[in-house]
Design a protein around this ligand. Structure first.
Ligand SMILES: *Cc1c(COP(=O)(O)O)cnc(C)c1O
Length: 424
């Protein structure tokens, strides 16, 4: 099957007389008639459903579809993108360990890594993703366990040079974890460029309709954790909480993802509801049709904004003037995503008046949705900071994040036009 077809038929396939649509198995548990059978399920000796925190057919089908789209060997859904990124790193890092991350990442992930995981005794070094190999190499230590980056950064829309950074990770004997939320597997499949583990906030394009918060971790199965015995004790030493199972021995290429579920999900419990997994799967059925529309609409909007005299700057990797234009052509030849950033001339008051004048485009704390939306960090998420403080934390006070939806482009442009008229 081609990627487009997998969006619809990638996992759940009805047999004779079965429903076209994947059933929502909204049940916490399953009935068994022998205690021996139930015992084997708990020992991971037998596969079968027994409790939704560990596995549920609706969640599993949706995870399998995303796994097929990314070209992985195993995947697990999580209750949010935050949980996915936490699980992906925490599965192979423990107190006393260290990892490297690119600095331009989603703000929530930055906080998770720099504040909360530090409190757990896991240290992180942030690197500039565009720095030289030598510069990035300096961040690695003997106790470094992974390298993390975002394919297209939120909100900076920088393109990650996956092939180059994966090579640095591998030279250091660690896996490269990539958050692929913005391009989705329709526009980029990081495993094809050497990434080992992929995560998503499925809240964004994969769902696409602002209807559920969710995440996913997908493993390519390519990183040979068993080759680094002492470095990854959680995968290569007996798990006493599972009768001494050694994940890499018992599950081979599925060791990493099995541990994510049978240990982290068991203990931390960040599962999605089956209802949400269903909504997500339904959204993915049109992903391959929505993404090209997001890209062409965003390209048109970016070119329009670049020509307006009221606009100080536009940042979209599809523009020839963009620093990441060549990398975007390499990694996302069909288009990047629908998100772009721009700034207006004038102060916060001009920006606020412009945003307030938009009628079709909504002000939402959201991104990567069918419905066009904007966010102005200086007035919204970062509003307690002065312009000077904003600059210190790398947020341009004029930055407007514009998530271009799939509406008719003429309606989007007309809305922008009348908002420009309002600030004249
Ligand atoms: C939104 C987002 C997240 C966090 O996902 P939630 O589903 O909101 O928890 C992580 N990474 C990226 C790139 C995002 O855009």
């Amino acid at each position: 099957m081609k990627t487009d077809t997998k969006c619809i038929h990638g996992a759940y396939r009805p047999k004779n007389g079965e429903p076209r649509q994947m059933p929502i198995v909204q049940s916490t548990t399953w009935r068994y008639e022998s205690s021996e059978e139930m015992g084997k399920l708990f020992d991971l000796e037998k596969s079968g459903y027994f409790y939704t925190r560990l596995a549920n057919p609706t969640c599993d089908n949706t995870a399998a579809k995303i796994c097929a789209l990314e070209g992985g060997v195993g995947a697990t859904l999580t209750s949010s993108g935050q949980a996915a990124n936490f699980f992906a790193v925490f599965n192979i890092c423990e107190a006393g360990d260290h990892f490297v991350s690119t600095a331009s990442i989603y703000g929530g992930t930055f906080n998770l890594f720099s504040v909360t995981m530090k409190k757990m005794g896991i240290d992180v070094t942030f690197v500039d993703q565009d720095a030289s190999d030598e510069e990035i190499q300096k961040a690695f230590r003997p106790n470094t366990k992974c390298f993390f980056g975002e394919t297209i950064t939120n909100p900076g829309v920088k393109i990650l040079d996956i092939e180059r950074l994966a090579a640095i990770a591998h030279r250091n004997g660690v896996p490269f974890i990539v958050d692929n939320t913005f391009p989705t597997p329709i526009n980029c499949r990081p495993f094809e460029w050497g990434a080992d583990i992929v995560t998503h906030s499925t809240t964004k394009y994969l769902d696409g309709h602002g209807a559920q918060v969710g995440g996913v971790v997908v493993d390519s199965g390519n990183f040979d954790f068993a080759a680094y015995g002492d470095k990854y004790p959680g995968l290569n030493k007996p798990d006493e909480s599972y009768h001494g199972i050694i994940y890499t021995q018992k599950f081979g290429k599925l060791g990493y993802i099995t541990k994510t579920v049978s240990q982290l999900m068991r203990d931390l419990g960040s599962i999605p509801s089956p209802q949400n997994a269903f909504i997500l799967s339904l959204g993915i059925e049109s992903l391959h049709v929505r993404m090209p529309r997001h890209c062409s609409n965003a390209q048109t909007v970016a070119e329009y904004l670049e020509k307006r005299k009221e606009v100080a700057w536009v940042n979209y990797p599809g523009l020839k003037s963009n620093k990441y234009y060549e990398l975007a052509k390499k990694y996302c030849p069909k288009g990047t995503c629908g998100v772009l950033c721009f700034g207006l001339k004038g102060g916060r008051d001009v920006t606020e008046k412009f945003l307030d004048s938009l009628k079709l485009v909504g002000i939402y704390t959201h991104v990567a949705d069918s419905s066009s939306c904007v966010l102005h960090p200086a007035s919204h998420t970062h509003r307690q900071l002065s312009d000077e403080q904003l600059k210190e934390c790398g947020v341009d006070p004029s930055l407007i994040r514009f998530s271009v939806g799939t509406e008719n482009i003429d309606d989007i442009l007309a809305d922008l036009e009348q908002a420009f008229d309002a600030i004249k």
